[in-house]
Design a protein around this ligand. Structure first.
Ligand code: ADP
Ligand code: MG
Length: 258
């Protein structure tokens, strides 16, 4: 991906998406600056997951375009129209967009280390030796160096999610997207995962985190976006959006989750 230095890490321009007659994204325009942490909050069904999935082209917008590092994702311009890229090209682009799911999605038949080395070996010209060295560094970073040879089922949910984060980092993504990374965890395991994400934030990785963890948003986010019914209703600093929301729908949502 040819990074344009002055381009935002992610730019979403006029994204619309419907499933059947249900309008799920109703014209989203967003720019995510490099090195920032954006937390997206909003009620269930407001389109948060669809928005994230649109960024890495797991969902194709009906109209509008997503750019990562200034490059259109999943499409190329063809005259004044957009043409879908071949699947291989989309996979290559997707490798630069880390995605951490609610349910970890680790490969159950692979060890922790194998989970982390798989993508760099498959998608990059990384040698197995280099990939393993990088994987060990990343596992250390998420506090799981000693679990390299364990299988996912032998780990707690919090540990599995930390492996999923290491796996996403192994491709050195331009941006890391988290879709409710702690929602499937027992309450006592939430903190260890949030701590790892906070650590990443401190190293300047560009993060977009969908979460209901308002405390985390307040502490770590540079920016909080409140979505409702497929639109960005409120967008600002954590203090502005969480403590002085200007929209009644934001206030109503916060009163229910706080
Ligand atoms: P959120 O993550 O904010 O809870 P989603 O983006 O998952 O919201 O979903 C927004 C709406 O789109 C919901 O009403 C959901 O049922 C619907 N939806 C999401 N994905 C699909 C799909 N693949 N097919 C049909 N409807 C979908
Ligand atoms: Mg969701």
């Amino acid at each position: 991906m040819s990074a344009t230095p002055e381009a935002p890490a992610v730019e979403i321009i006029g994204a619309h998406k419907a499933f059947g007659t249900h309008q799920v994204l109703r014209g989203i325009d967003l720019q995510i600056r490099r090195g920032t942490v954006t937390v997206v909050i909003g009620p269930s069904g407001s389109g948060k997951s669809t928005l994230l999935r649109t960024v890495n082209h797991l969902e194709r917008p009906d109209s509008g375009v997503v750019l990562v590092d200034g490059e259109p994702i999943g499409v190329r311009r063809h005259g004044d129209r957009l043409k879908e890229l071949p699947e291989r090209a989309i996979l290559r682009q997707r490798a630069r967009i880390g995605f951490v799911f609610q349910h970890f999605n680790l490969f159950p038949h692979l060890t922790v280390l194998e989970n982390v080395v798989e993508a760099p070996i498959a998608l990059r010209r990384t040698t197995p030796t280099q990939a393993r060295a990088l994987a060990r560094t990343l596992l250390e970073r998420v506090g799981l160096a000693e679990k390299a040879d364990a299988y996912p089922r032998q780990l707690s949910g919090g540990q599995q999610q930390r492996v999923a984060i290491a796996r996403a980092l192994a491709l050195e993504p331009s941006v890391l997207l988290f879709d409710e990374p702690t929602s499937a965890l027992d309450p006592e395991l939430v903190g260890e995962v949030l701590a790892v994400i906070k650590d990443l934030a401190a190293t300047g990785t560009t993060l977009v985190v969908v979460t209901h963890e308002i405390g985390f948003a307040r502490e770590v986010a540079d920016r909080v976006i409140f979505m409702d019914e497929g639109a960005v209703v409120e967008d600002g600093t954590p203090a502005a959006v969480l403590d002085h929301p200007s929209h009644p729908r934001t206030r109503d949502f916060l009163s229910r989750v706080l």
